[in-house]
Write a protein that binds this ligand. Structure first.
Ligand code: GDP
Ligand code: GDP
Length: 489
């Protein structure tokens, strides 16, 4: 039986605390030049935008995604600018139909931009028709952009609003992406919608939108990224993994060079190797700055399900330190992005006797120390040069992937919760709030919500204790498990 969210907690959705993977997604649509990019930039401010290509049958266009900040609201915003560029050639309906699966399926809300100065154009009506057809579930908020120059005294703003009504999506908001005019109205229109959405996601583990996307995604093959500093042996390892099955995928039309992937078969599974630094494509002679671009390859890291970080055993033995700073940064980033992490120590053939033993013992401990957020990160020792380690490595990658996708039934979680709360380490710590109910709201990575009585909140220590217990009891080592909390009566 699920607890009801009180109206009190309804008012208190704190978007700044919501896991970014659970934030609602708002897409900006409209014909070219209405100001989608301008509004996108205003919403994400100076934060980093993620640019990725959506390869479709005929076109590949950039879509930008960022986390929008509008007062206390947070949401994902998608700028579909590139996709709509085709509209100028009059083929908006046909072309954009191709992106519906990719983009609209991920969005719950839309801002439909029109140009207040131009008034309603035929192409705006086309965009409206297209939206109704492909996303009947989304009722967009119409935004009359470039309103700063319109004078309501002269009635021009009212006239524009009258036209905007003809789209059939209700009252428009007069806004200026350039000056910021109307952002408060936008906030007021979005807030109740986003809050309701958030509560549904949190309260309803079987939320349809989210899970159907997951289902879609889970049909995709495992995406593996092999990352590491230059010369640790990534290319050599790659050849070991690919053996003779190597199939280079891409560059497909419009795919950027660094998203070239290789596909191979391990037992009954297809695995995609996401090329994070362009090394897949490069020859030995061409080992230039691209090897240094690992840090810029965040978007590819985000595309991977499992990240395998390769370390050099010989360097570890020499420096007596398992991970260099840049390696710690990559590992942390993978974890922050919610990827499954596997550490690979390569070149084990170069170590003998005591040194070999020491490295095998020290690395797992040190990895744990530098990444306390994720317990039980698996460490695999291989020699890519001798072609040893393929099987244990692939077994671990698949196991990490499966844990990353796992869904724990609510009944089992709540039995577990009662057991955990009766443990001494929990009970002896007086004054924690009582957790009434515990449920998984999302997989990939596993994300949970703890429903907490009353006004008290779980402390960071409490959350860490719960996370670690969950990982131990359900064997989720190396997986970035997330727990959020919600107040209930
Ligand atoms: P998109 O094609 O829909 O992404 O449109 P852009 O964001 O690229 O904007 C198209 C043009 O309109 C650019 O020259 C912008 O500077 C301009 N623009 C965008 N927003 C506003 C606005 O609020 N007021 C005015 N006057 N111009 C704007
Ligand atoms: P990348 O820059 O990470 O792609 O590294 P490479 O795969 O090009 O390897 C760098 C150097 O390390 C090459 O000279 C490889 O032959 C060598 N190497 C790679 N793996 C091993 C290994 O398992 N053992 C030894 N002894 N050398 C290796």
């Amino acid at each position: 039986e699920k607890p009801k969210i009180t109206s009190d907690s309804h008012k208190s959705v704190d978007f700044t605390k919501v896991d970014i993977n659970l934030l609602p997604t708002v897409v900006l649509i409209g014909r070219p030049n209405v100001g989608k990019s301008a509004l996108f930039n205003r919403l994400i401010r100076r934060r980093e935008a993620l640019v990725y290509n959506t390869p479709t049958a005929h076109v590949t266009r950039d879509i930008r995604e960022g986390i929008a900040k509008l007062s206390d609201l947070r949401f994902r915003v998608l700028d579909s600018a590139g996709l709509e560029a085709e509209a100028s050639s009059g083929s908006v309906l046909r072309r954009t139909a191709e992106m519906t699966g990719n983009v609209l399926a991920r969005c719950q809300f839309a801002l439909f931009l029109i140009d207040a100065r131009d008034g309603l154009q035929p192409m705006d009506l086309d965009v409206g028709k297209w939206l109704r057809k492909h996303a009947p579930g989304i009722k967009p908020i119409v935004v009359m952009n470039k309103s700063e120059s319109l004078d309501d005294g002269a009635g021009s703003l009212g006239a524009a609003a009258g036209e905007a009504h003809m789209l059939g999506f209700g009252d428009p908001i007069a806004l200026s992406a350039e000056t910021g005019l109307g952002m408060t109205e936008l906030y007021e229109a979005l807030k109740p919608l986003l809050e309701d959405h958030m509560l549904r996601v949190i309260n309803d583990a079987g939320y349809q939108g989210e899970s159907s996307i997951e289902e879609e995604e889970s049909k995709l093959p495992l995406q593996l990224a092999i990352v590491g500093r230059p010369n640790v042996g990534k290319s050599t390892l790659l050849n070991t993994l690919l053996q003779e099955d190597r199939v280079l995928v891409g560059p497909e039309a419009g795919l950027t060079r660094d998203s070239v992937r290789a596909q191979f078969q391990y037992r009954d599974r297809t695995i995609y190797l996401v090329d994070t630094a362009g090394w897949l494509e490069r020859t030995k002679q061409d080992k230039g700055p691209a090897s240094l671009s690992i840090m810029q390859s965040r978007k590819n890291l985000m595309r991977a399900h499992v990240v395998a970080l390769v370390l050099d055993a010989e360097e570890i033995a020499k420096s007596r330190r398992s991970m260099k700073h840049s390696e710690v940064v990559i590992a942390r980033r993978a974890v922050e992005e919610g990827r499954g992490l596997v550490v690979i120590v390569n070149k084990m053939d170069l170590l003998k006797g005591k040194v070999h033993e020491n490295v095998v013992k020290a690395v797992p401990e040190e990895v744990q120390t530098v990444l306390p957020q994720v317990t039980g990160i698996p460490v695999i020792f291989v020699s890519a040069l001798e072609g040893r380690g393929r099987t244990p490595l692939m077994r671990q990658v698949i196991s990490t992937y499966e844990k990353w996708c796992s869904r724990l039934p609510t009944a089992r979680l709540n039995r577990w919760l009662r057991k955990v709360m009766s443990r001494h380490s929990w009970k002896d710590n007086a004054g924690q709030p009582k957790i009434k109910y515990f449920t998984q709201v999302k997989a990939r990575p596993p994300t949970f919500v703890a429903f907490v009585s009353g006004k008290a909140k779980l402390s960071d220590t409490d959350l860490r204790f719960l996370t670690n217990s969950l990982k131990e009891d359900f064997d989720l080592g190396g997986i970035p498990v997330r727990i959020m909390q919600r107040a209930v009566v």
